[in-house]
Write a protein that binds this ligand. Structure first.
Ligand code: C2E
Ligand code: MG
Ligand code: MG
Ligand code: MG
Length: 268
C-alpha cells in the first residue's frame, strides 16, 4: 500500500476531509440557485490538499466509495441544515466518480442518505461526466433509477470527454455544464466562442439547462449573458468556500451579477 493510500484511509477515520461550497447563479436574476460541494483534504502537515491530487488515488484503490458516501451524506445534511435555518432552498450538487456509478448499491445508498438526512430529493443533484460512460446502457439504467428517486442529474465538464451527442439524446439530463476550458478564452478566441455559443444553443433546443463553469471575468459573464446562458459558476462570483463563509457572503455574491453583468453595462 502506498503512503498516500494509507494516509487517505487514515484521513477518513480522523475526519480530515472537508466540503467547500461554490454557488451556482442565475445569470439573469443574480440569485444563487444552487451550490456545488467540492471535497478538500485538511492534512495536518501539508494543509489543504486539492481533490485533483487525491481523488484519482481514491478511485484506483476503491476508497472513493466510503469517501463518496461521506461526501453525499455531509452535503445532504448541510443542505437540510441550511433549509431548516430558513435560507431559500437551493439544489446541492455532488460530484460522483465512475467507481461510484458502477457501485452495486448506489441507488439504495442515495435513497438511504436522503431519508436519513431528511433532504427532499429535488434538492440533490448528482454530477456525472462523459468519461464515466464506459458501459452506456448500464449507466443509462442507473441514471433513470436515480431520476425515479427524484434527484437531478447533471452532465459535468461537457465537451471534454467523448461528447457523444447520443448521450444528450438518450439521457434524461436536467442540466449540462460547459467545461471551464471553453469558457476561459471565450472572449478572445473565436473557436472557443463558437463552441460555447453552440453548446448553449443546443442545450436550449434540447430543453436541458445549461450552466457555464469557470467564469472569472466580467467579459465572460457578459458574453454568456448575451448568448443566453442563464446559469453560471466561477471565481468571479465566489471560489469554493467553507459553509459558514458561503452563508455569510450570499448577499455579496448575488450583487455581483447586477454590478458586473449586462444591465450595468447598458446603464452606463
Ligand atoms: P469539477 O466538478 O468540474 O469542479 C469544478 C472545479 O473547477 C473545482 O475544482 C472548482 O474549484 C474549479 N473552479 C470553479 N470555478 C472556477 C474558476 O472560475 N476558475 C477556475 N480556474 N477553476 C474554477 P476542484 O474543487 O479542485 O475540483 C476538481 C475536480 O475534482 C472536480 O471538478 C471534480 O471532478 C473532482 N471532485 C471535487 N470534489 C469531489 C467529490 O466530492 N467527489 C468526486 N468524485 N470528485 C470530486
Ligand atoms: Mg462538478
Ligand atoms: Mg466541471
Ligand atoms: Mg472539471
Amino acid at each position: 500500500m502506498s503512503n498516500l493510500e494509507k494516509n487517505l484511509k487514515k484521513a477518513l477515520k480522523l475526519g480530515e476531509f472537508r466540503l467547500f461550497y461554490q454557488p451556482k447563479l442565475d445569470l439573469t436574476l443574480g440569485k444563487i440557485i444552487g451550490v456545488e460541494a467540492l471535497i478538500r483534504w485538511q492534512h495536518e502537515e501539508k494543509g489543504l490538499i486539492s481533490p485533483l491530487d487525491f481523488i484519482p488515488i481514491a478511485e484506483k484503490t476503491g476508497l472513493i466509495l466510503p469517501i463518496g458516501e461521506w461526501v453525499l451524506r455531509t452535503a445532504c445534511k448541510q443542505n437540510k441544515d441550511w433549509q431548516e435555518a430558513g435560507f431559500p432552498p437551493m439544489v446541492m450538487a455532488v460530484n460522483l466518480s465512475a467507481r461510484q456509478l458502477y457501485q452495486a448499491n448506489l441507488i439504495e445508498m442515495v435513497a438511504r442518505i436522503l431519508k436519513e438526512t431528511g433532504l427532499s430529493p429535488q434538492y440533490l443533484e448528482l454530477e456525472i461526466t462523459e468519461s464515466m460512460m464506459m458501459e452506456v446502457e448500464y449507466v443509462l439504467e442507473i441514471v433513470k433509477k436515480l431520476k425515479q428517486i427524484g434527484v437531478q442529474i447533471s452532465l459535468d465538464d461537457f465537451g471534454t470527454g467523448y461528447s457523444s451527442l447520443y448521450y444528450l439524446k438518450e439521457f434524461p439530463f436536467d442540466s449540462m455544464k460547459i467545461d471551464k476550458c471553453f469558457v476561459r478564452n471565450c472572449t478572445e478566441d473565436i473557436k472557443d466562442a463558437t463552441i460555447v455559443k453552440t453548446i448553449i444553443a443546443m442545450a436550449h433546443e434540447l430543453d436541458i439547462d445549461v450552466i457555464a463553469e469557470g467564469i472569472e471575468s466580467k467579459g465572460q459573464l457578459i458574453f454568456l449573458q448575451q448568448n443566453l446562458c442563464n446559469k453560471g459558476q466561477g471565481y468571479l462570483f465566489s471560489k469554493p468556500v467553507p459553509s459558514e463563509e458561503f452563508i455569510r457572503t450570499i448577499n455579496e455574491v448575488e450583487s455581483i451579477v447586477k454590478r458586473k453583468g449586462i444591465s450595468q453595462e447598458e446603464n452606463k
